[in-house]
Write a new protein. Structure first.
Length: 328
């Protein structure tokens, strides 16, 4: 790996996303999924991930994407997602950021007023960033998710807060979903330490559970995060916080997690095709989701992303803390 890495930073709903247009490591493979598999086992790719996500250049909860060729000419680009906990199969907030960046950078032609679709290949499949422009400005970005579905409506778990019932759904990654009120908590900053602790417990309790397996293999299996939710104005307007990896907190409403929630609500009859689902984060940001009436639930989730900086990260060969550390 070279001693310089160029990156463009965005945030989507408060959650960071670091775009690496020209990764300084090779990621061979015929598909983006294969390139992700390679990255998971490659020391150079993992060193780059830690360099960009860990302190002092990153922080716990940092996320980003290494741009790679798409699977075929049907997509504009491919991306291998990474975070401070490892490489990932899906990242909804990152897809929104990529859509905004592609249009702002002039990499695709867009009307002054209208909607531009940007197909993107990710490890879990092909998604489409849907970029809305008004007067030549990006005003909203949505993404068409992969097919999302319920794996288990209720899995009984034993935790330090007593019995917990978790729904498991797939929205590009597998998520456990828990009603915060049912465990005596609120989706509020004052309860965040308890939510983080319980999120870790739930994820650990589901490790190796049959419902956490995916027919596509280990890369798509396992619980990516635990979503704690509460109603704001009925089941179609909720607030959530997603605890992913080892206790990291998603500042946004979580894109792939929102897709999982759409699948759950559709399955239990709380969300009809075309009906709007409003999903708020603890930070006060919002995603709005719908799904079309078809054999599969294909959520379309809309939010917004904003640039926060452009960087050339350097690596001093004498720095003993390379590639970084995490304290939390």
């Amino acid at each position: 790996m070279t001693d310089r890495v160029r990156a463009i930073d965005y945030h989507t709903g408060g959650e960071p996303f670091r775009i690496v247009p020209e990764p300084p490591v090779g990621l061979p493979g015929r598909t983006v999924a294969e390139r992700c598999d390679f990255a998971i086992g490659d020391p150079a790719a993992d060193r780059l991930r830690r360099l960009l996500c860990h302190e002092p250049r990153g922080r716990p909860g940092m996320y980003g994407g290494l741009l790679v060729p798409p699977d075929d000419d049907g997509a504009r680009l491919g991306v291998v997602f990474f975070g401070s906990g490892g490489f990932a199969t899906a990242c909804g907030h990152g897809t929104i950021a990529l859509g905004a960046w592609v249009v702002r950078a002039g990499l695709v032609g867009t009307p002054a007023d209208g909607v531009t679709d940007v197909p993107i290949d990710v490890p879990s499949g092909r998604v489409t960033a849907r970029v809305h422009t008004t007067g030549g400005r990006v005003t909203a970005v949505g993404f068409v998710s992969v097919a999302s579905y319920v794996v288990a409506e209720a899995v009984a778990l034993t935790t330090s807060r007593g019995p917990v019932s978790a729904a498991l759904s797939y929205g590009g990654a597998l998520y456990a979903q828990v009603d915060a009120g049912a465990v005596g908590l609120e989706v509020a900053p004052r309860h965040l330490p308890a939510l983080v602790a319980l999120g870790r417990e739930v994820r650990t309790a589901l490790t190796g559970h049959p419902a956490a397996r995916h027919p596509g293999g280990d890369r798509l299996g396992g619980i990516h995060g635990t979503i704690f939710h509460e109603n704001v104005a009925g089941p179609t307007h909720q607030r959530n916080v997603t605890i992913f990896a080892d206790g990291q907190v998603d500042r946004s409403p979580c894109g792939s997690g929102t897709a999982a929630r759409v699948a759950t609500l559709a399955a239990i009859g709380r969300l009809a095709p075309g009906q709007e689902f409003v999903h708020d984060s603890m930070a006060g940001s919002r995603f709005v989701a719908r799904y079309a009436a078809r054999p599969e639930v294909i959520p379309v989730i809309t939010g917004m992303a904003y640039p926060t900086g452009e960087h050339t990260f350097v690596v001093d060969p004498d720095d003993p803390l390379t590639p970084g550390f995490l304290l939390r």
